[in-house]
Design a protein around this ligand. Structure first.
Ligand SMILES: Cc1ncc(COP(=O)(O)O)c(C=O)c1O
Length: 383
């Protein structure tokens, strides 16, 4: 019988170290590996840019959790995405991405690959008829989905878009950073590739930056492996260890992140200072039914638009005591930020510009009563 998600998150790639019996495998810091016969690596390891046992453990684990064939881990989410695009794109190719994709990804697609002759279209993925029209007319090499999106929490039908993309010969990449494989597994829904900023929920403790690509096709995986090996934007052994340490509790953390976020969303949806709460677990969310179908829970990320505009947003960010004002997300502690001024500043003036009255909250796993009390006093102070 195949093992369950939590069992695999703890055990895959994590066999005890045979010499000492250490239950937690050591961090292999060595940059190089001894050979007895020239050109014949012992146990396959030769030089740590190409392969390192600690990185291999993490990669095996990630492939298993996402239901993929192979995974590759990198120094950041952006390094992972860049490795995938370098592996599959050539001048003249086209990328279709969401019109509220993560701003850093849009910046790379527009400003790095644009001058190399790779064009892009930013579209609304929630309207499948127009998705098909754009894909049919632009013939993209890659369709890049994010769901839920950062920071507008839009839900994209992974299965629906993948079917359309495949009909027209495109590869589908899903950025699964917000949901994680604990809640949503894009490869099982038809996607070809999964992208992670492991900096977020997989690491889970705001103490390591990393990224990963998981693939279901051996030929495509080989191309990503070459880019990882040849260009070297790898995760260090220590970063791979920290990420693996975080993953062991991913399942239980995501349950708590999700229940805390749902409680906050329900509690403050009708607060007088709040124009709109964006959380896919709310029945009022336009993507709620699709989210219910493709996610097991709704995750720990939520956004809010405030009645009082940017001024209210700025006050809220400085009035909370437990929610720390900081970019990033997915750690055990609750964070709050203003996408327009912080994480998504780079897309100001583009089609991806975010509303000025928007705040994004990464709901942590603290006690829910404490989170409610803090957000209530901060929102009340805006009235
Ligand atoms: C959804 C999403 N994808 C990718 C990235 C890029 O990841 P990293 O910051 O690890 O390079 C981020 C970073 O915030 C993100 O939120």
């Amino acid at each position: 019988m195949p093992q369950g998600f939590n069992t695999r998150s703890i055990h895959v790639g994590q066999t005890s170290e045979p010499t000492t019996g250490a239950v937690v495998p050591p961090i292999y810091l060595s940059s190089t590996f001894q050979q007895e016969v020239p050109g014949t690596p012992l146990n396959g390891f030769e030089y740590s840019r190409c392969d390192n046992p600690t990185r291999t453990s993490l990669q095996e684990n990630l492939a298993s959790l996402e239901g993929g064939l192979l995974a590759y881990s990198f120094a950041s989410g952006m390094a992972a995405e860049d490795a995938f695009f370098r592996a599959v794109l050539k001048p003249g190719d086209h990328i279709v991405l969401g019109n509220d994709a993560y701003g850093g990804s849009y910046r790379a697609i527009e400003q790095v690959y644009g001058p190399w002759g790779v064009t892009n279209s930013c579209i609304d993925f929630t309207d499948l008829t127009s998705v098909e029209e754009v894909i049919k007319s632009t013939k993209p090499r890659v369709v890049r989905i994010e769901t839920p999106t950062n920071p507008l929490m839009t839900i994209v039908d992974i299965e629906g878009v993948s079917t359309i993309a495949h009909k027209h010969g495109a590869l589908v990449l899903v950025d699964n950073t917000f949901a994680t494989p604990a809640l949503q597994r894009p490869i099982e829904l038809g996607a070809d590739v999964v992208l992670h900023s492991t900096t977020k929920y997989l690491g889970g403790h705001s103490d390591v930056v990393g990224g990963a690509i998981v693939l279901s096709d051996a030929g495509l995986a080989e191309k990503v492996a070459q880019i990882q090996n040849w260009l070297g934007a790898i995760s260090s052994p220590f970063d791979a260890y920290l990420t693996m340490r975080g993953i062991k509790t991913l399942g239980v953390r995501m349950e708590r992140h999700s229940s805390n976020a749902l409680a906050l969303a329900e509690r403050f949806e009708n607060h007088k200072a709040v124009e709109r709460v964006l959380y896919p677990g709310l029945a009022s969310h336009p993507g709620h039914d699709i989210a219910k179908r493709q996610m097991s829970l709704f995750g720990g990320m939520m956004s809010m638009q405030l009645v009082g505009g940017v001024k209210a947003a700025e006050s809220l960010l400085t009035n909370t005591k437990l929610f720390t004002l900081a970019p990033s997300l997915g750690g055990v502690e609750s964070l709050i930020e203003h996408p327009g001024l912080m994480t998504h500043h780079s897309v100001e003036g583009t089609a991806l510009e975010v509303p000025a009255n928007l705040v994004r909250i990464s709901v942590g796993i603290e006690d829910i009563d404490d989170l409610i009390e803090d957000l209530a006093q901060a929102l009340d102070s805006l009235l």
